[in-house]
Design a protein around this ligand. Structure first.
Ligand SMILES: [Zn+2]
Length: 659
């Protein structure tokens, strides 16, 4: 061991939690969950026992609940740590890198391959480390009309082999672009996003948790809560909400999050074992394909492992219709470095299969029939009736489907919905259908909630309804919001205050009531509008002192069958012109680089305050515009849709940045 490694070992050892590998006898899934709830980290689940990791102070907690513990390996965390310090044996290339080495390697790869690599910083961790994601595609800096995929590793910081699999895939794709025709085709025809290190603080600290002690894979917004270290609120952690925003900016065909501690291809749902996800056959088809290369077992996460709330894959499939997994690749969380090559070679062809398969199914583009502007829309296919989304930048959508004949319904707020019948995905292992969908704007139609940002956990044995049933126009399909539970929904564009009532809450059945709150930030603060307590309850957002709102939060006082939330449309469709009567707002250049500016010409005599919001309603900048022309640099903004608000009511409220 080199001097540097000894120094690193000392640094890593500081603050690292000590964990022992143990066997605990159990008699059923209830007991597994009981142990999970008190902080036992469960690796493998067998019919009569689990293999788990616990901190020394937890033995009494476990004994006191009547369990037997057999110690298999004292201080397994130290074994993991030593594995990360080892040089690989001769003949093996794989090696664990430090955070700084990983960061600098990704920057170097992006710098050396600007044609096919685009490195984005989604933000920083709670201990100020970069949250990096690499996009690998031809024309990497442009959002093209291509199927996108997401791969990530190390959301649990001490599962370092999960980092290695993803990091090696970045290198593999880049290194083989010019020599391997299959890799070349995948890079040219897909947008492959890879985040090897979702939880850099956990990686550095050799901890499952992030820098604030939160389990990031319990912190996401689908049925969040009631889990050990799941965070102070849904999506409270930088390592979750930054990736959540990325998720909404780039609809993916599939979303694979890598883990270790067992081997398993873990499908949605994780939050319930009482129902299987809609389109389980599609998820299973790809699981089988993945398993053909890896021999990993597969199945619904809540059944094959144990039920958990707030997992990424439930959010990805639940909120976005993306085929999602946690993929567990190794019984040991951080095996010796010579395992890296072996495990990567095992998963590599399966990952390439997912990239290939992202081209199969139903693809298309949604545009405004009058302006030809691309539209973000909701895509529903056949009886599964489960939404996915077109890209906010290009309006393109891509969903994996098996050969067959489908009806595709496309909806966008303020537009006439359209159903295209008999869309044929021909037979063949990689066949696809492509449809162009033009939607006609209609000023008379209501706008409605289009995204489920977060919902609180429910008792899944008695509530098998889905939160996304509260989206779209009222249709008598409802989410059962149980007493004292909440849900947060987003509109694509602000609900503006109009004369009279602006917002209607539809209840499909029963006599429940719910407190209705609004905000321009998905986290709040929330202004209360009142109580929804009838089939249709109308509200005036001015009653809460608001002139606009993008987010609605409902908290049930008693079980409330939430069908939909609709609002009055105040703008002529979605595509808005950048020119307005009093203000001249321009973005230079149109396709932004780091030098871009927002220029606002203010011909009136008083200063005007401008605020910039991202597509989740969070304020990302502000400026005071004095008479004359003011400029604001946009170099800190990532690609996406932004909104401008000002103290005057006549300013355009949307612009798109492409990087
Ligand atoms: Zn994990």
């Amino acid at each position: 061991m080199s001097v540097i490694n000894i120094v690193l070992l000392c640094i890593f050892a500081m603050g690292a939690e000590q964990l022992d590998l143990v066997k605990i006898n159990v008699t059923g899934s209830e007991q597994v969950k009981q142990l999970d709830r008190i902080g036992v980290v469960i690796d493998q689940v067998y019919p009569d026992h689990i293999i788990a990791e616990i901190e020394p102070h937890m033995y009494d907690l476990v004994y006191n609940r009547g369990f037997n513990i057999t110690v298999l390996q004292k201080n397994i965390s130290d074994v993991y740590l030593r594995n990360t310090m080892q040089e690989p044996k001769e003949g093996f290339r794989g090696q664990y890198l430090t955070y700084e080495q990983i960061r600098d390697s990704l920057i170097a790869i992006a710098t050396n391959h600007p044609d096919i690599c685009h490195l984005e910083t989604l933000g920083v961790s709670h201990q100020n480390r970069l949250l990096l994601i690499m996009k690998i595609s031809d024309n990497a800096s442009i959002d093209e009309i291509e199927p996108a995929l997401h791969f990530e590793g190390n959301i649990h910081g001490n599962e370092k082999i999960a980092w290695a699999v993803n990091f090696n895939m970045v290198s593999y794709l880049v290194d083989n672009y010019s020599s391997d025709t299959m890799v070349q085709r995948l890079i040219n025809e897909r947008e492959i996003w890879i985040a090897p290190l979702v939880n850099p603080d956990g990686y550095v600290n050799n901890s499952r948790y992030n820098g604030r002690g939160v389990d990031v894979n319990r912190n996401w917004g689908w049925m969040w809560g009631n889990e050990y270290n799941c965070g102070s609120d849904f999506l409270s952690e930088n390592e979750s909400w930054r990736f959540m925003e990325h998720f909404w900016r780039h609809p993916f065909v599939s979303y694979a999050s890598y883990h270790s501690g067992t081997i398993f291809i873990s499908e949605p749902w994780s939050y319930t074992s009482y129902i299987a996800p809609p389109e389980q056959n599609l998820i299973r088809h790809l699981s089988v394909g993945y398993a053909a290369f890896t021999s990993y077992p597969y199945g619904q996460g809540s059944i094959g492992m144990y039920p958990i709330n707030g997992a990424t894959k439930d959010y990805d499939y639940g909120c976005g219709g993306e085929i999602a997994w946690s993929i567990e690749v190794c019984y040991t969380k951080t095996p010796p470095p010579e395992s890296i090559d072996v495990i990567f070679e095992r998963d590599k062809p399966a990952m390439l299969l997912l990239m290939h398969k992202a081209g199969q199914g139903i693809h298309g583009q949604v545009t405004d029939s009058l302006t030809n502007e691309p539209l973000r829309a909701m895509i529903f296919v056949n009886s599964a009736d489960w939404p996915s989304y077109s890209c906010p930048v290009n309006g393109d959508f891509h969903r994996f489907y098996l050969p067959g004949t489908y009806d595709v319904t496309v909806t966008a707020p303020g537009y006439e919905s359209k159903t295209i019948n008999n869309v044929v995905v021909p037979s063949g292992s990689d066949s696809s259908a492509y449809i162009d969908v033009e939607l006609a704007p209609n000023n008379g139609l209501p706008i409605y909630a289009t995204c489920m940002i977060g919902s609180q956990y429910v008792t899944t044995s008695s509530n098998m309804t889905y939160p996304i049933r509260a989206l779209n126009v009222h249709d008598s399909q409802a989410y059962q919001l149980d007493a004292n539970k909440w849900i947060v929904l987003a509109f694509d564009f602000p609900i503006h205050n109009t004369t009279g009532n602006d917002l209607s809450v539809y209840r499909s059945a029963g006599s429940g009531s719910a407190t209705v709150m609004v905000s321009n930030d998905w986290r709040g603060s929330w202004q209360t509008l009142g109580t929804a307590n009838s089939a249709i309850t109308e509200f005036d957002i001015a009653s809460a002192g608001m002139d606009s709102a993008r987010y609605v939060r409902l908290q049930a006082q008693s079980q409330f069958m939430l069908d939909a939330i609709e609002a009055v449309q105040t703008t002529p469709g979605i595509a808005e012109d950048i020119q307005v009567e009093y203000f001249n707002l321009s973005i230079t250049p149109t396709v932004l680089r780091n030098t871009a500016q927002l220029a606002i010409n203010n011909p009136v005599l008083q200063p005007v305050e401008f605020k910039l919001y991202n597509c989740l309603g969070q304020k990302v900048g502000e400026m005071i515009v004095l008479p004359g022309t003011s400029y604001k640099s946009l170099q800190d903004l990532v690609a996406g849709i932004y909104f401008v608000r000002s103290s005057l009511p006549v300013v355009p409220d949307r612009f798109i940045i492409v990087k």
